[in-house]
Write a protein that binds this ligand. Sequence first.
Ligand code: AMP
Length: 510
Amino acid sequence: MSLLENIRRNANLYEESVAYHYEGPNGCQKELTWRQVDDYSDIIAEYLEKTLTTKKPIIVYGHKDPFMVICFLACAKSGRAHCPIDLFLQEQRVQSITELVEPELVFNMSEKSYPAEAKTVLGMDWLEQQIKAPKKKTCFEGMREEEPFYIIFTSGSTGKPKGVQITRGYFDHFLAGKMNTERGIDSSRRHVFINEVPFSFTFCAEDLYLSLYSGGSVWAIDRALFSNVKALTEIMVRSGGTILPATPSFFKLCLADEAFSEISFRSLERIMFCGEVLSNHLVQQVRERFPNVEIINTYGATEMIAATDIVITDEIERKCHPLPVGWMRPGMRVIVADEYGKEVPEGEKGEIIIAGRGLTAGAGYFKRKDLTEKKFQDWVIQGNRYRVYHTGDAGYMKDGCLFYGGRLDTQIKLNGFRIELEDIENNLMKIEGLEQVAVVPRYKADQVKSLTAYIVYKGMEEDPPHYIKKKAQEYLPEYMIPKKIKIVSSLPLVNNGKVDRKLLSENENV
Ligand code: AMP
């Protein structure tokens, strides 16, 4: 069944129970029932069908407001892709996305005015009025499998954001593949999913959309509340959340509150990590706080959502350094290949190339044929035609399981030595007392001259930089030990919860 079919089914089954809950600043709470999700999106979809003359994507602007969900689904029902933009995005970036998308319509589901020029902008008051009318139409054409369901903009190497298109077919395939498997969602249960990332990140497929698909409920927490970790814990406890999809950085943030543990947060059953390296150290910290919670590591990218997953058992945590990112989802294949696209033997490092049954010709970058052709190709593997995506990640296979080995594009040369920055970071993390580390290169005339490690240190040593450098000799050759060690209280994060390497690098190279 497709996402839209499941939503209709869930609305009929769960009618007045909560499908979506929003927690905002100053005690603001908003909710949508299952019935409202389906009915309101029908009303808005009918408006779109009647009013719009093109099938151009529609921009939905805001931050986690329940009406954003209504707009997303209305777009899909009326056969249009939606393009979510979060409030944190700077004006210039919103402008450049708007110019590229050329939307016939922008839904502004926020209190702020839309920061770019657009033909028509409809706000929350408009939507509020519309949904008061009884719905007339319930059957919509929707979109074809190969048409984009959404377009998510991520930073691009050109300096302008690039739009990643996820097709309806692939998205449905992703959601269906997540149900009723060992590491998936048990459809006989109604889970409460906690949402931490904004909807302009693919990662929300793991909470918002899995919940809509499986008939659970979502607790979306406004990012404005992240600065008060105690209040954040209190909200999560109150949510009765059973599944927490989280970046490791977000989880580390939560650990700052002692109350963030199984003793108070009793409902939590599963943590799904994604988006960043999950370290053994963090798994040990999770075990200390949540001894009975299942830990899953998933690996993916905006271009393919999550491609792999694995339950991190005690045995895996003991045996594997680094931890694996997992097994392929049903219908997906991984090829670890050399620079010529030839599969390398098991255990050898190469580029991770993902082949997906649902990755169709419609997958790729919005209005970027050049980039799409570079990153997505059609391959024949063992007689079957697949569309493949070149991740730019390094990795290797071991007993059929995928291991992540850093970004291919953060490889540097220092005094002729080839170095992966993540290699240094993973090794430094073995030193006791280190909470977080990011290593950035220092450039002179476009050449890397030295490395600086930004470190969050919680150990007892009096002179941490000296101690870390000395200890690092146990794990790293001399040339890989960062020249400078800067102790910081926290690492800056970008809005999707990952460490902001760009900012650190800019600081280092002023
Ligand atoms: P994004 O498109 O923002 O989701 O970033 C995708 C990138 O995040 C991937 O290409 C990887 O480099 C990294 N990534 C995603 N999941 C993991 C994981 N489980 N472990 C390590 N790196 C990851």
